[in-house]
Design a protein. Structure first.
Ligand code: KIV
Length: 265
Protein backbone atom coordinates (compact mmCIF):
# COMPACT_ATOMS: atom_id res chain seq x y z
CA UNK A 1 0.00 0.00 0.00
CA UNK A 2 2.87 2.40 0.75
CA UNK A 3 3.09 5.51 2.85
CA UNK A 4 0.14 7.92 2.75
CA UNK A 5 0.90 11.33 1.27
CA UNK A 6 -0.47 14.84 1.37
CA UNK A 7 -2.45 14.15 -1.82
CA UNK A 8 -4.18 11.20 -0.15
CA UNK A 9 -5.35 13.39 2.71
CA UNK A 10 -6.62 16.13 0.41
CA UNK A 11 -8.38 13.44 -1.62
CA UNK A 12 -10.04 12.14 1.56
CA UNK A 13 -11.50 15.57 2.22
CA UNK A 14 -12.75 15.80 -1.36
CA UNK A 15 -14.44 12.41 -1.16
CA UNK A 16 -15.87 13.09 2.30
CA UNK A 17 -14.01 10.31 4.12
CA UNK A 18 -12.67 11.12 7.57
CA UNK A 19 -8.93 11.36 8.28
CA UNK A 20 -7.56 9.59 11.36
CA UNK A 21 -4.50 10.85 13.23
CA UNK A 22 -2.97 9.53 16.47
CA UNK A 23 0.19 10.28 18.42
CA UNK A 24 3.19 7.98 18.77
CA UNK A 25 6.52 8.57 20.46
CA UNK A 26 8.13 5.15 20.08
CA UNK A 27 8.76 2.30 17.64
CA UNK A 28 6.18 -0.16 19.01
CA UNK A 29 3.30 2.29 19.22
CA UNK A 30 4.13 3.41 15.72
CA UNK A 31 4.00 -0.22 14.49
CA UNK A 32 0.61 -0.74 16.15
CA UNK A 33 -0.84 2.45 14.65
CA UNK A 34 0.62 1.73 11.24
CA UNK A 35 -0.61 -1.88 11.22
CA UNK A 36 -4.07 -0.65 12.30
CA UNK A 37 -4.26 1.66 9.30
CA UNK A 38 -4.24 5.14 10.83
CA UNK A 39 -3.69 7.86 8.18
CA UNK A 40 -1.29 10.14 10.06
CA UNK A 41 1.04 9.45 12.97
CA UNK A 42 1.80 12.60 14.91
CA UNK A 43 5.00 12.78 16.90
CA UNK A 44 3.40 15.43 19.07
CA UNK A 45 5.19 17.55 21.63
CA UNK A 46 2.55 16.13 24.01
CA UNK A 47 5.36 13.63 24.56
CA UNK A 48 6.52 16.23 27.09
CA UNK A 49 3.45 15.40 29.21
CA UNK A 50 2.95 11.74 28.36
CA UNK A 51 6.51 10.44 27.95
CA UNK A 52 8.49 12.82 30.17
CA UNK A 53 5.90 13.73 32.82
CA UNK A 54 6.28 17.51 32.43
CA UNK A 55 3.33 19.75 33.38
CA UNK A 56 3.39 21.40 29.95
CA UNK A 57 4.90 20.81 26.50
CA UNK A 58 7.24 23.79 26.92
CA UNK A 59 10.45 21.96 27.98
CA UNK A 60 10.52 19.66 24.92
CA UNK A 61 13.58 20.21 22.71
CA UNK A 62 14.23 19.72 18.99
CA UNK A 63 16.76 16.97 19.75
CA UNK A 64 14.11 15.09 21.75
CA UNK A 65 11.62 15.48 18.90
CA UNK A 66 14.18 14.10 16.45
CA UNK A 67 15.00 11.16 18.74
CA UNK A 68 11.31 10.16 19.02
CA UNK A 69 10.57 10.84 15.35
CA UNK A 70 13.35 8.47 14.28
CA UNK A 71 11.88 5.67 16.43
CA UNK A 72 8.38 6.30 15.05
CA UNK A 73 9.60 6.35 11.45
CA UNK A 74 11.31 2.97 12.00
CA UNK A 75 8.02 1.43 13.18
CA UNK A 76 5.84 2.88 10.44
CA UNK A 77 5.04 1.30 7.08
CA UNK A 78 1.85 3.03 5.98
CA UNK A 79 1.05 6.36 7.63
CA UNK A 80 2.25 9.89 6.99
CA UNK A 81 4.53 10.85 9.89
CA UNK A 82 4.23 14.45 11.08
CA UNK A 83 6.59 15.88 13.72
CA UNK A 84 5.74 18.79 16.00
CA UNK A 85 7.91 21.89 16.14
CA UNK A 86 8.47 22.37 19.88
CA UNK A 87 8.43 25.61 21.88
CA UNK A 88 11.31 28.01 21.17
CA UNK A 89 12.32 26.15 18.02
CA UNK A 90 10.71 28.64 15.61
CA UNK A 91 9.54 31.73 17.55
CA UNK A 92 12.92 33.51 17.47
CA UNK A 93 13.37 33.96 13.72
CA UNK A 94 12.31 32.59 10.36
CA UNK A 95 15.83 31.25 9.99
CA UNK A 96 15.34 29.24 13.19
CA UNK A 97 11.95 27.96 11.98
CA UNK A 98 13.48 26.79 8.70
CA UNK A 99 16.34 25.04 10.49
CA UNK A 100 14.02 23.23 12.90
CA UNK A 101 11.64 22.08 10.18
CA UNK A 102 14.59 20.98 8.05
CA UNK A 103 16.13 18.95 10.89
CA UNK A 104 12.84 17.18 11.67
CA UNK A 105 12.66 16.07 8.03
CA UNK A 106 16.34 15.41 7.38
CA UNK A 107 17.44 13.92 10.72
CA UNK A 108 14.08 12.70 12.08
CA UNK A 109 12.75 11.32 8.81
CA UNK A 110 9.30 12.95 9.20
CA UNK A 111 7.18 13.54 6.11
CA UNK A 112 5.85 16.86 7.37
CA UNK A 113 5.88 19.23 10.35
CA UNK A 114 3.19 20.71 12.58
CA UNK A 115 3.46 24.22 13.98
CA UNK A 116 1.26 26.13 16.44
CA UNK A 117 0.27 29.25 14.58
CA UNK A 118 -0.56 32.73 15.81
CA UNK A 119 -0.55 35.77 13.49
CA UNK A 120 3.24 36.21 13.86
CA UNK A 121 3.98 32.68 12.60
CA UNK A 122 2.50 33.08 9.11
CA UNK A 123 5.79 34.19 7.56
CA UNK A 124 7.55 31.22 9.18
CA UNK A 125 4.97 28.87 7.70
CA UNK A 126 5.49 30.42 4.26
CA UNK A 127 9.26 30.03 4.57
CA UNK A 128 9.02 26.35 5.59
CA UNK A 129 6.62 25.65 2.75
CA UNK A 130 9.13 27.37 0.47
CA UNK A 131 11.65 24.66 1.43
CA UNK A 132 9.32 22.00 0.03
CA UNK A 133 8.26 20.78 3.48
CA UNK A 134 4.58 19.93 4.05
CA UNK A 135 3.18 22.00 6.94
CA UNK A 136 0.22 21.26 9.19
CA UNK A 137 -0.97 24.36 11.07
CA UNK A 138 -2.33 24.15 14.62
CA UNK A 139 -4.83 26.77 15.79
CA UNK A 140 -7.45 27.18 18.52
CA UNK A 141 -5.98 26.20 21.85
CA UNK A 142 -2.20 26.16 21.41
CA UNK A 143 -0.58 24.28 24.31
CA UNK A 144 2.70 26.19 23.86
CA UNK A 145 0.80 29.41 24.77
CA UNK A 146 -0.79 27.88 27.88
CA UNK A 147 0.59 30.56 30.22
CA UNK A 148 -0.59 33.38 27.97
CA UNK A 149 -4.15 32.11 27.65
CA UNK A 150 -4.30 31.19 31.34
CA UNK A 151 -4.76 27.43 31.24
CA UNK A 152 -6.32 24.75 29.08
CA UNK A 153 -9.26 26.77 27.73
CA UNK A 154 -11.64 26.55 24.80
CA UNK A 155 -10.69 29.23 22.25
CA UNK A 156 -13.01 31.30 20.08
CA UNK A 157 -15.59 32.06 22.75
CA UNK A 158 -15.63 35.78 21.84
CA UNK A 159 -16.11 37.31 18.39
CA UNK A 160 -12.56 38.71 18.11
CA UNK A 161 -11.00 35.33 18.85
CA UNK A 162 -13.41 33.64 16.47
CA UNK A 163 -12.63 36.05 13.62
CA UNK A 164 -8.89 35.78 14.21
CA UNK A 165 -9.09 32.00 14.10
CA UNK A 166 -11.11 32.00 10.87
CA UNK A 167 -8.69 34.50 9.26
CA UNK A 168 -5.66 32.42 10.31
CA UNK A 169 -7.23 29.23 8.94
CA UNK A 170 -7.94 30.93 5.62
CA UNK A 171 -4.40 32.32 5.40
CA UNK A 172 -2.83 28.95 6.22
CA UNK A 173 -4.87 27.32 3.47
CA UNK A 174 -3.89 30.07 1.02
CA UNK A 175 -0.21 29.72 1.92
CA UNK A 176 -0.35 26.02 1.03
CA UNK A 177 -0.56 24.11 4.32
CA UNK A 178 -1.86 20.59 3.78
CA UNK A 179 -4.05 20.45 6.91
CA UNK A 180 -4.94 22.36 10.08
CA UNK A 181 -5.44 21.01 13.60
CA UNK A 182 -8.32 22.71 15.44
CA UNK A 183 -7.87 22.19 19.18
CA UNK A 184 -10.58 23.00 21.75
CA UNK A 185 -12.72 25.07 19.40
CA UNK A 186 -16.53 25.36 19.65
CA UNK A 187 -18.00 22.94 17.12
CA UNK A 188 -19.91 25.61 15.14
CA UNK A 189 -16.64 27.46 14.45
CA UNK A 190 -14.84 24.22 13.50
CA UNK A 191 -17.71 23.35 11.14
CA UNK A 192 -17.56 26.81 9.57
CA UNK A 193 -13.77 26.64 9.04
CA UNK A 194 -14.01 23.10 7.63
CA UNK A 195 -16.56 24.27 5.06
CA UNK A 196 -14.64 27.45 4.26
CA UNK A 197 -11.23 26.02 3.37
CA UNK A 198 -10.22 23.37 0.86
CA UNK A 199 -7.58 21.67 2.99
CA UNK A 200 -8.55 19.16 5.71
CA UNK A 201 -9.22 20.20 9.30
CA UNK A 202 -8.29 17.71 12.01
CA UNK A 203 -10.22 18.25 15.22
CA UNK A 204 -9.43 17.58 18.85
CA UNK A 205 -12.21 18.83 21.08
CA UNK A 206 -13.74 20.54 18.03
CA UNK A 207 -16.82 18.47 17.21
CA UNK A 208 -17.65 15.88 14.59
CA UNK A 209 -17.75 18.06 11.49
CA UNK A 210 -14.00 18.44 11.05
CA UNK A 211 -12.46 16.49 8.16
CA UNK A 212 -10.69 14.19 10.61
CA UNK A 213 -9.90 13.63 14.28
CA UNK A 214 -6.77 13.32 16.38
CA UNK A 215 -6.29 11.97 19.90
CA UNK A 216 -3.31 11.31 22.12
CA UNK A 217 -2.96 7.52 21.85
CA UNK A 218 -2.21 7.01 25.54
CA UNK A 219 -5.56 8.68 26.34
CA UNK A 220 -7.40 6.52 23.79
CA UNK A 221 -5.85 3.39 25.30
CA UNK A 222 -6.89 4.46 28.80
CA UNK A 223 -3.27 4.46 29.88
CA UNK A 224 -3.13 7.93 31.42
CA UNK A 225 -4.26 8.81 34.97
CA UNK A 226 -6.73 11.41 33.74
CA UNK A 227 -7.59 12.45 30.22
CA UNK A 228 -9.30 15.57 28.87
CA UNK A 229 -13.11 15.71 28.55
CA UNK A 230 -12.92 15.55 24.75
CA UNK A 231 -10.83 12.37 24.77
CA UNK A 232 -12.64 9.03 24.55
CA UNK A 233 -11.03 5.98 26.20
CA UNK A 234 -11.44 2.96 23.92
CA UNK A 235 -9.66 0.57 26.29
CA UNK A 236 -8.54 0.32 29.92
CA UNK A 237 -4.90 -0.57 29.34
CA UNK A 238 -3.71 1.05 32.57
CA UNK A 239 -5.90 -1.32 34.60
CA UNK A 240 -4.83 -4.32 32.49
CA UNK A 241 -1.15 -3.41 32.89
CA UNK A 242 -1.47 -2.98 36.65
CA UNK A 243 -3.29 -6.32 36.90
CA UNK A 244 -0.43 -8.00 35.01
CA UNK A 245 2.26 -6.35 37.14
CA UNK A 246 0.42 -7.22 40.39
CA UNK A 247 0.11 -10.85 39.25
CA UNK A 248 3.84 -10.94 38.49
CA UNK A 249 4.73 -9.46 41.89
CA UNK A 250 2.51 -11.99 43.62
CA UNK A 251 3.90 -14.97 41.65
CA UNK A 252 7.52 -13.95 42.24
CA UNK A 253 6.93 -13.38 45.94
CA UNK A 254 5.17 -16.77 46.31
CA UNK A 255 7.73 -18.54 44.05
CA UNK A 256 5.04 -19.56 41.53
CA UNK A 257 7.12 -17.89 38.81
CA UNK A 258 9.26 -19.15 37.15
CA UNK A 259 7.56 -22.54 37.09
CA UNK A 260 9.35 -25.44 35.31
CA UNK A 261 8.00 -24.62 31.82
CA UNK A 262 10.02 -21.39 31.94
CA UNK A 263 13.27 -23.13 32.82
CA UNK A 264 15.89 -23.03 30.03
CA UNK A 265 18.09 -25.99 30.99
O1 KIV B 1 1.23 17.37 20.67
C1 KIV B 1 0.17 16.80 20.36
O2 KIV B 1 -0.05 15.62 20.63
C2 KIV B 1 -0.81 17.59 19.63
C3 KIV B 1 -2.15 16.99 19.39
C4 KIV B 1 -2.92 16.91 20.64
C5 KIV B 1 -2.89 17.68 18.31
O3 KIV B 1 -0.53 18.68 19.25
Amino acid sequence: MGIKRVVDLIQKKKSGSQITMLTAFDYMTSQILSDSGVDVILVGDSLGNVFNGYETTLPVTVDEMIYHTKAVVRGNQTAMVVADMPFLSYQISTQQAKETAGRLIKEGGAHGVKIEVGPSQLSDVAAILGMGIPVMGHIGFRPQSVHQVGGYRVQGRNKDQENEMIDTARELAQLGCFAIVLEMVPSHIATHISQLIEIPTIGIGAGVDCDGQVLVTHDLWGMTHRSPKFSKQYAAIRTDMMTAVSAYIHEVQTKQFPSPEFYVE
